[in-house]
Write a protein that binds this ligand. Sequence first.
Ligand code: NAD
Length: 246
Amino acid sequence: MLKGKVALVTGASRGIGRAIALELAAKGADVAVNYSGSEQAAEEVVKEIEALGQRAVKIRADVSKSAEAEDLVKQTIEALGNLDILVNNAGITRDNLIMRMKEEDFDAVINTNLKGVFNCIKAATRPLMKQRSGRIINISSVVGVLGNPGQANYVAAKAGVIGLTKASARELASRGITVNAVAPGFISTDMTDKLPEEQKAALLQQIPLGKLGKPEDIATIVRFLASEEAAYMTGQTIHVDGGMYM
Ligand code: NAD
């Protein structure tokens, strides 16, 4: 399905990013595994991809820094020969109520979750435009459309990702590049496992399907958007959230 394609997945050493990297590889893509934390975790993902018979490389980069994002794309192409699919998955939370939210926590979340997506799209645009094809898939969040108390920074960034998806979809469409977003609901990963139990119980009440999602629930939709089957879709946000937003 993705044979001969090269994918770059940001924040791919764990959680949803790891599941996306493995799913794309399982369908035949070679994958650049971006990480900013544990090198060992990234190396394990590389080994899992190689065991699936695909090429993989781990590349350290902080996507919030434009020079590092540029270098990330450059290193992907040097190591794997091309770039066809960019998945902007890296993200962080720094939750607090607005009146208590520190400026640095607002900035850190915007810089990683929104500017980081812009940095990687900008870096990938030239090589993708040159080959007149490509797929960009951005990971937003259900809270980007619903809002969430205590997450003003995260909500603003994830709503921004939806706008950025539409703007870049319009800008890049004539070059054969599609840009779409996936908005997960609450998915069981390190990001949500740290939530207090009572908050998790309250969240479950808001999910019509009555359970948290798995990273693989997001990965399969990203794989669809990366495939030929999604060739006529651009600027869209697919909600994968157990029915939270409808
Ligand atoms: P996670 O914390 O398990 O993984 C996030 C990954 O991003 C980590 O590998 C981390 O090292 C990496 N990262 C963080 N800052 C980075 C930076 N500056 N440069 C490069 N990499 C960086 O979280 P997750 O739950 O797997 O989340 C993945 C994405 O999905 C995020 O964008 C998150 O906002 C989004 N999301 C998650 C949920 C959920 O319920 N888990 C819901 C909606 C959206």
